[in-house]
Design a protein around this ligand. Structure first.
Ligand SMILES: Nc1ncnc2c1ncn2[C@@H]1O[C@H](COP(=O)(O)OP(=O)(O)O)[C@@H](O)[C@H]1O
Ligand SMILES: [Mg+2]
Length: 489
């Protein structure tokens, strides 16, 4: 197993540890040697910040795409930014916190934690639990006494660069100790009835399923012996009383849908869309890395950063395409006609994200959309471009127009299109995906893998009709049954 300590600057990590390679983030992100490794690799992300779309964020995101094991992973980074973090930890560790400080005379205590070790060595069990929950190498926490009780006041990720010299030996030793440890835990609380919550937001105009499709999902669930209910975002906190969750609100990683999906998974539920799929599908940098790594054909693509902007035109020509990593509904995908326009747009995008994508421009009359569920093709559509436009959605004066949809049977689509789509979707997981491809001559190129694909009555179901809804519900039923079976004593 390769062990990498990835740091913002080479000199940030204070000591040599046998078996550990320390490298700067820029090298990890850009040097193909790190993208191509097939060896199991654990990546300790010790960058200065894990802020969304910072270098530190991309280290963990791309580590996941490369099949490496990042610490922290992107989920842990998100947890650290959660508004309810302090409250969540207090709920989970309240007794331990109380117990840990029972003999403390002071009214507050600051803990510096390195790989789960308390630098002052007074609060080891608590430190281990905090590390287990947050999976972040450097943490700073403050605890206070109020009304005769101890509380967590704040906790945040720290930077290895700021470890004071007298604590550096402790941090190094903690890293060594941690590297020796193995921690595996799995939880699968039992559930009783095959019940399914279908989450949708009636307030939203753009929804992955129209009301008619939602009705058909409910009917199909009943037909398969399940009890299904529509729940709205307001009712979402009751979600764990169900066996399964089907998300039919538009997902995003910075959104309650992601939190809820994670919460449902943590509660042992069957979930489509699962949180990892949401996370992976909603960042195009991740997607690009994953597809490249598995040799799935895509339009020629460059990962753009501040240092290689001038190579875009010579590599891709003009017009070319620029993509904001976390855009959706075509809104963050731009066609660039001139060098001047390129500079303006690239600089705008690089203000928001350390990395953005540039792609060769491949115009086609339609995008293939292959719906993949449970690692198999489920439906096929052609999504035509919006009238007079090069994308399937056209945004103009706050209006949105769309091209038409034509459903086909799976057998009618070219074999290559279906095969590559399934291969691509399987890289994401075994949930429900909409893979978009362009076909130019005999070549096909994956444009995107979407989690939470649209299923609208009258569009995607035009060939399969009610069978489409039954197929989706059938996968839920099968997985719920399997889960219940697996928890029998
Ligand atoms: N390289 C490309 N060449 C031509 N059109 C593209 C290219 N990449 C994306 N598009 C078009 O732009 C639209 C949105 O692209 P996509 O990458 O799927 O982003 P989004 O997440 O916004 O849907 C689609 O209509 C797609 O066909
Ligand atoms: Mg798309």
């Amino acid at each position: 197993m390769n062990i990498l300590f990835v740091v913002s600057q080479q000199q940030d990590w204070p000591a040599d540890i046998p078996g550990v390679t320390v490298i700067p983030a820029q090298t990890y992100l850009m040097d193909p040697a790190y993208g191509d490794t097939n060896t199991a690799t654990k990546v300790f992300n010790l960058c200065n910040t894990y802020r969304y779309q910072s270098q530190g964020y991309y280290v963990s995101l791309l580590a996941e795409a490369r099949g490496h094991q990042p610490v922290p992973d992107v989920q842990a980074m998100k947890d650290l930014q959660s508004e309810t973090l302090v409250q969540d930890i207090s709920e989970k560790l309240g007794d331990l916190i109380e117990c840990s400080f029972a003999r403390t005379a002071d009214d507050f205590v600051d803990l510096n934690l390195y790989f789960g070790h308390d630098a002052d060595q007074h609060h080891q069990p608590l430190s281990e639990q905090l590390f287990k929950l947050l999976r972040t190498p450097v943490l700073h926490a403050r605890f206070e006494r109020a009304n005769a009780h101890w509380h967590l006041c704040s906790i945040f990720a720290g930077s290895v660069r700021d470890i004071p010299p007298h604590q550096q030996p402790c941090a190094t030793q903690a890293a060594i100790d941690y590297l020796k440890e193995q921690k595996i835990r799995s939880n699968a609380p039992p559930s009783k009835k095959p019940s399914l919550a279908i989450l949708h937001d009636p307030q939203r105009k753009e929804s992955p399923s129209n009301p008619e499709a939602l009705k058909k999902f409910l009917e199909a669930a009943e037909l398969l012996g399940m009890h299904a209910e529509l729940i709205t975002p307001k009712e979402a906190r009751h979600v764990t009383s169900f066996d399964a969750l089907f998300i039919r609100d538009t997902t995003n990683v910075n959104h309650y849908t992601y939190q809820l999906s994670r919460q449902a998974i943590d509660a042992g539920m069957v979930v489509i869309d699962d949180p990892d799929s949401i996370l992976r599908c909603t960042n195009k940098i991740y997607l690009n890395e994953l597809l490249a790594r598995h040799h799935i054909p895509t339009p020629e693509t460059m990962v753009v950063h501040k240092g290689n902007v001038e190579q875009i035109v010579s590599t891709l020509g003009l017009p070319c395409i620029l993509k904001q990593p976390d855009g959706a509904f075509s809104a963050g995908v731009m066609k660039i006609e001139s060098e001047q326009e390129l500079l303006t747009k690239v600089n705008e995008l690089l203000k928001e994200s350390e990395l953005v994508l540039a792609q060769e421009y491949l115009p086609t009359d339609f995008d293939w959309r292959i719906g993949v569920l449970d690692q198999r093709p489920l439906f096929v559509c052609k999504y035509y471009m919006a009238p007079g436009h090069w994308q399937i959605i056209k945004h103009e004066h706050q209006r949105m127009s769309e091209g038409r949809t034509e459903a086909l049977s799976v057998g009618e689509a070219p074999d290559d299109v279906v095969r590559i789509a399934v291969q691509a979707a399987n890289l994401m997981g075994d949930g429900f995906y909409g893979v978009d491809l362009k076909q130019v001559g005999v070549q096909c190129y994956v444009i995107e893998i979407n989690d939470n694909p649209n299923v609208d009555a009258g569009n995607e179901d035009a060939v399969l009709s009610d069978a489409l809804y039954r197929e989706v519900m059938g996968v839920f039923r099968k997985r719920i049954d399997a889960r219940k079976g697996s928890v029998l004593p």
